[in-house]
Design a protein around this ligand. Structure first.
Ligand code: XIL
Length: 397
């Protein structure tokens, strides 16, 4: 009896895996993998392939490729900027929903899911808020009310349309900060204390019980020393474990995945191990902002292939490390890149001393780079027993 039940379950599992892992065929022919989009190949594993979207580029009639690829290659989108507080509420009490609503409509037209980014972060806050706190006209009681209102208003506005919310972003310091011992950093921790994190998740859950709620951060791709005083992944792990244990409605951890080829970075097993440790807590995981930048030395800028080729290859290898680790974790629900073309990437603007770039999947002329092909190959050449379909995450009650 037991054995028969086990066999039946096994047969269903195999049949499901078989369906999910067969390439879509057209007219009896199996398409060559290179003719398929990333989003179609991701679906073989139940994995959403996402991108951050720059609304100016999406709306630029002179740049139709951007819109075309954003729609055809990706099954999930994230607002690069237009859901941030300074964009949504530039003047106190007056919300500017237009651009964010436009992105949600674009996603719906293209059958894409939306990652909401971001509810609570110390950057890109509106001037009225930071100035009001600085000059004392907003005290901490009012600030907490303002935060609750913001979360409630924004999550309700998009209710039913957001798959995953980045509820709290980048709450933890880095080893190069002062003091060097890792701690809760930034505006919200300074003014409200770290309790704002649990509050934010509870307020978000109350406003949309169906959205998955994520903590999102960078430099948490792999564990280090294991000491939470200098290992950011360990610090975040301890934090989310504690939140879970206290019944806070957190459903996932987003690992941003901003890497650089000048660093040592990690191997696939280290990254897979980190994802497993998070998912063993009952959490979903996701890569939320992947890009792999390189230093733009004078030779790179002059077009010297001796310096360009190793960068393109190292970038591709690092994309691949993160993606394969994600594929190996059945709770890793989405793999999102932070922009898909070097024509529209935050990297050159943000990392300018020394200059950095070459961080995305397509070059400035929308030609797929080595990284694009490796990501595609990883999606094609993966399957049982080590890569199995995703396990959907249900919002924690
Ligand atoms: C970046 C955007 O890409 C830029 O356009 C903007 O000027 C600054 O913010 N971590 C995050 C993202 O969570 O919101 C950041 O996006 C990149 C780092």
């Amino acid at each position: 009896m037991k054995l028969r039940r086990w066999m039946a379950v096994g047969a269903v599992a195999l049949a499901t895996a078989g369906t999910l892992n067969s390439l879509p065929a057209s007219a009896g022919h199996t398409l060559h993998p290179s003719d398929q989009s990333l989003r179609a190949l991701g679906m073989r594993h139940g994995l959403q392939i996402g991108t951050a979207v720059d609304m100016a580029a999406l709306n630029d009639p002179a740049d139709p490729q951007y819109r075309r690829l954003a729609a055809s290659e990706f099954s999930s989108v994230t607002a690069e900027n237009v859901m941030k507080w300074e964009s949504l509420e530039p003047t106190r009490g007056t919300y500017n929903w237009g651009p964010a609503d436009q992105l949600v409509a674009f996603a719906q037209q293209n059958n894409q899911s939306v990652r909401g980014h971001v509810l609570v972060w110390q950057n890109q806050l509106p001037g009225w808020l930071t100035a009001g706190v600085a000059d004392g006209s907003i005290d901490s009681t009012e600030l907490r009310d303002i935060l609750r209102n913001h979360i409630t208003t924004v999550v309700r506005h998009f209710k039913g349309k957001i798959w995953q919310w980045d509820v709290v972003n980048e709450a933890v310091s880095d080893p190069w900060d002062n003091p060097p011992a890792l701690h809760y950093k930034g505006f919200w921790a300074q003014h409200l204390g770290p309790g704002y994190i649990a509050d934010a998740f509870r307020w978000a859950r109350a406003a949309d019980p169906k959205a998955l709620l994520f903590y999102n951060d960078y430099n948490i791709e792999a564990f280090g020393s294991g000491n939470p005083a200098d290992d950011k992944t360990q610090f975040v792990y301890d934090m989310v474990k504690q939140l879970r244990a206290s019944g806070v409605p957190i459903d996932g951890v987003g690992s941003q995945g901003h890497l650089g080829t000048q660093y040592g970075n990690y191997d696939t097993f280290q990254v897979a191990d980190a994802l497993k440790r998070f998912s063993d807590l009952g959490l979903a995981t996701a890569f939320t902002e992947v890009d792999v930048r390189s230093q733009m030395t004078p030779a790179v800028q002059a077009g010297d292939s001796n310096e360009i080729n190793p960068r393109l290859q190292a970038s591709a290898a690092n994309f691949s490390v993160l993606l394969r680790a994600c594929l190996a974790n059945r709770h890793c629900l989405s793999f999102t890149v932070w922009g898909f073309t070097d024509k529209h990437s935050w990297v050159p603007g943000w990392f300018s001393n020394p200059p950095e770039g070459l961080a995305t999947l397509y070059d400035e002329n929308y030609q797929p780079k080595r990284a694009y092909q490796e990501v595609k190959a990883d999606l094609v050449y993966a399957g049982p027993p080590y890569v199995m379909p995703r396990v959907p995450q249900r919002p924690r009650r």
